[in-house]
Design a protein around this ligand. Structure first.
Ligand code: ADP
Ligand code: ZN
Length: 443
């Protein structure tokens, strides 16, 4: 565990974030009971509760959450567009949507109080990761239905910092603003930071013309090795935060100054881990699918939402920052993204980890999976670092070998390695799509 803070250790709402654990558990239990009563106005839950014989007064402890039904993305889609709305429409202050990474986007709704909570929950992780009222923050997340843009916007406003709501895309304008307006903080997906980093590293926008100190990344899986690359490349600190529209958007969990995983905002979200196959609960410390109950949401109160995100809730005790909330690992992958290669489960993030350990390669890659004959084949296309792309067959072969054995040591699988020239693979402005699986087409 890290015992030294990376920035000054600050806490936005110490009364909530540092609540002694017994009090926190009691608060969660009473908020769970309230959430169950709010859900009684949602037909999906009313029917389940009736079938299971559950009423709010039976919810006495946090453990009682296990008696409640799980909610899936398919359930939300089956009640499209607003079947989960728990308040009259005139009580709704905002509608947002999911990004639709895995199919048709779904709508979510917020009351005024939901938006108010959301702002503080975003402020919590931003302040933990270095945001101060005197800062200027450039938001390169889309402003629109995607929760990243407006969610973070109000969190920054709450802290009192200045916002440049640039929205996503248009890298030239992003970089121009970074030079002319000199924001200290950038908010985007890690993939978009990689794209901007290209222009900075090739000298078109000199690093010393920027005031950038921190970046807050979310919206997609990334690895510790990728963090290292971006921090080194840009000379900044990069912070990880997690959230999903179905339970709120960003602000569900985020890193503190000690960066020992992401603190879960447990006064607002009840987290469980389950085995995605058997649906059995798993103890803290074990890897599994994260299941989230939104304890305070009025407009869209989901219970035991199956996130399809795989992670670990840490079992080890207190963090030196003083928060009492449990922490979670990075998201290791989404169950939808998991590749089954010749019977072995592999997440793209594992391949990324292996690739980033080879110095000669750039942080841009694409994973192609096919089944030309009876067996799965994986080809990893990866860019060489500019300046290191060599004409020597022997040098190229040794880089290929290094990548191949790094991948083998992480995944236990042999993959084909295709080294490509710098700046030839696709770049992304939002969430990256780095896997091309053509097997589904021939199955
Ligand atoms: P969609 O499910 O359509 O992508 P969202 O825009 O709500 O909808 O995105 C939420 C998802 O983004 C999460 O379920 C998770 O898979 C991913 N995500 C968000 N933040 C992170 C993060 N810090 N690390 C890894 N994945 C993340
Ligand atoms: Zn901490």
């Amino acid at each position: 565990m890290n015992t030294q803070p990376i920035v000054e250790n600050r806490i936005w709402q110490p009364e909530a974030e540092c609540l002694p654990r017994p009090q926190l558990r009691a608060l969660q239990a009473s908020r769970l009971r309230e959430a169950v009563s709010r859900c009684a106005s949602v037909p999906f839950y009313r029917e389940h509760f009736a079938r299971l014989g559950i009423s709010p007064d039976q919810i006495r402890s946090v453990e009682d959450v296990r008696r409640l039904p799980l909610t899936t993305k398919a359930d939300l889609r089956a009640h499209y567009p607003l079947g989960f709305l728990a308040v009259p429409r005139d009580a709704v202050a905002r509608y947002q949507g999911t990004s639709g990474t895995t199919g048709k986007p779904t709508w979510v709704a917020y009351t005024r109080r939901d938006v108010d909570h959301w702002s503080d929950l975003c402020a919590r992780f931003l302040v933990a990761g270095g945001l101060r009222p005197e800062h200027t923050v450039q938001i390169a997340f889309g402003f629109g239905l995607f929760t990243g843009g407006f969610g973070l916007h109000y969190g920054i406003e709450r802290v009192g910092a200045a916002i440049i709501p640039l929205s996503s895309g248009n890298s030239e304008r992003q970089l121009m603003s970074m030079q002319d307006m000199r924001p200290e903080i950038l908010i985007c997906t890690p993939s978009y930071a990689l794209k901007l980093m290209d222009t900075i590293l090739n000298g078109d926008v000199p690093r010393d013309s920027l005031a950038l100190e921190h970046a807050h990344f979310g919206g997609e899986p990334w690895t510790e090795d990728m963090r290292e690359r971006i921090e080194r490349g840009l000379g900044i600190r990069c912070w990880n935060n997690y959230g999903l529209a179905e339970v709120q958007g960003p602000g569900v969990s985020g890193e503190c100054a000690f960066r020992n995983g992401m603190h879960i905002q447990e006064d607002h979200f009840l987290f469980e881990t389950i085995d995605p196959e058997t649906l059995e609960p798993l103890p803290d410390g074990e890897k599994g699918e994260l299941v989230v109950t939104a304890l305070c949401r009025e407009a869209f109160p989901v219970i035991r939402y199956r996130t399809r995100d795989i992670g670990i809730i840490y079992a080890d005790g207190d963090c030196p920052c003083g928060r009492t909330t449990r922490r979670m690992s990075r998201i290791l992958g989404r169950t939808d993204d998991m590749l089954i290669i010749r019977g072995v489960n592999v997440f793209p993030s594992q391949i990324e980890t292996a690739l980033m350990r080879v110095e000669a390669v750039a942080p841009h890659y694409m994973i192609e999976v096919s089944r030309p004959k009876a067996l799965d084949e994986v080809t990893v296309h990866i860019e060489m670092q500019p300046g290191l792309f060599s004409d020597s067959m022997r040098e190229l072969q040794s880089v290929r070998d290094a990548i191949g054995s790094a991948i083998f040591s992480v995944t236990g699988l042999h993959m084909h390695i295709n080294l490509v020239s710098p700046n030839t693979l696709e770049r992304f402005e939002g969430k990256a799509r780095r896997v091309k699986d053509t097997r589904r087409l021939v199955d």
